[in-house]
Design a protein around this ligand. Structure first.
Ligand SMILES: [Zn+2]
Ligand SMILES: [Zn+2]
Length: 334
């Protein structure tokens, strides 16, 4: 299997006679400028700017996550809301949809399924599909080199959350991001979901408020509503964010390497446990198109099992699965 080509292959060339070919000089300057723009996603080009709206939102969700642990909000119903919402947002939304389907196109599903699982991805509060996919494609292009939006080479905290709080990747440069996700920018539903990515979270939050209130005993309805919202949304979003961020930080730092990839990616079992299989990150960097990340029998991969289930009921096809020589494992294309 060969890795997909993720971005336009534009390489600046030096004209031999620039004075006689001004259009070549202009073209070279434009391409060089584009490449410099891409590289500015790396930390050294951030200029310490803080994304205030994102930082305040992240802070608020962390406060809500801590409040969820107040004894007054404890109930099995709220814990159930946490796990159900976590599965839809992180497993189906981020792993199955944003990552393995939209970014790498490791399998195909009918459009209505694609839109539904993408809406689930919006529940994770990790931005809309175009932003997420474009940023992740840039990560694969420059992994652990200059231009990687979140490499631990720029610091462990930077790779984990710093790039979200002060990184340029979030400065919604639609045109630049769109170059990395032209397949999505051509799709009106994905454009709409990218613009209004917070709506699924608001909608499910309101459902939790209504459900929490209706399931509570008379006289405890407010506690029931707030408790389910704190567990099903605030705590769940916060844990999900850190689980996803660990793929950017921990799995480029700690764990085993099966494949000698050009980056520092590793297979980290406890991140795989938290994310439903995304922690088999060295496998993934070696075979990015593979819809299956856990390549050994003991490398559990809940997200792949879900895709496999979809195929068994006729809702997924053309599933890409990495093939490699166990005695001499090599990355795709080597
Ligand atoms: Zn990576
Ligand atoms: Zn990937």
């Amino acid at each position: 299997m060969t890795p997909i080509t993720l971005t336009p292959q534009e390489t600046p060339t030096t004209p031999t006679k620039p004075a006689t070919k001004p259009h070549v000089v202009a073209a070279v300057a434009e391409v060089t400028q584009k490449i410099k723009q891409d590289l500015r996603m790396g930390r050294e080009h951030q200029q310490g700017r803080i994304n205030w709206i994102t930082s305040i939102a992240m802070g608020a969700f962390h406060v809500g996550a801590i409040l969820a642990f107040l004894p007054i909000f404890w109930s099995f119903k709220n814990v159930g809301a946490f796990f159900v919402m976590y599965f839809f947002a992180i497993n189906i939304g981020i792993g199955v949809a944003y990552h393995r389907l939209l970014t790498h196109r490791g399998y195909k599903v009918p459009k209505w399924i694609e839109y539904f699982v993408t809406a689930c991805g919006c529940l994770a509060l990790e931005g809309g599909p175009i932003f997420w996919v474009a940023t992740h494609r840039v990560h694969h292009q420059y992994s652990d080199h200059e231009g990687d939006p979140h490499t631990p080479h720029d610091g462990t905290w930077w790779a984990h959350a710093g790039w979200i709080l002060s990184g340029r990747a979030l400065h919604s440069e639609t045109a630049l991001l769109g170059r990395y996700a032209p397949d999505l920018t051509r799709d009106r539903v994905h454009v709409w979901l990218s613009k209004y990515h917070y709506l699924p979270l608001v909608f499910t939050g309101l459902v939790q408020v209504a459900l929490g209130a209706s399931l509570a005993a008379p006289g405890h309805r407010v506690i029931g509503a707030v408790g389910m919202l704190l567990w099903g949304t605030f705590l769940r979003v916060t844990v999900g964010l850190h689980a996803t961020w660990l793929v950017n930080s921990a799995t480029h730092l700690w764990g085993k390497r099966r494949f000698e990839t050009k980056d520092d990616s590793r297979n980290t079992w406890w991140v795989a446990l938290l994310t439903g299989g995304e922690g088999w990150h060295n496998n993934h960097h070696a075979h990015p198109v593979s819809a299956r990340h856990g390549l050994a029998w003991y490398e559990f991969d809940i997200n792949y099992y879900f895709i496999w289930l979809l195929s068994k009921v006729g809702l997924a096809e053309k599933i890409q699965i990495a093939q490699y020589d166990k005695a001499d494992p090599k990355p795709a294309g080597v």
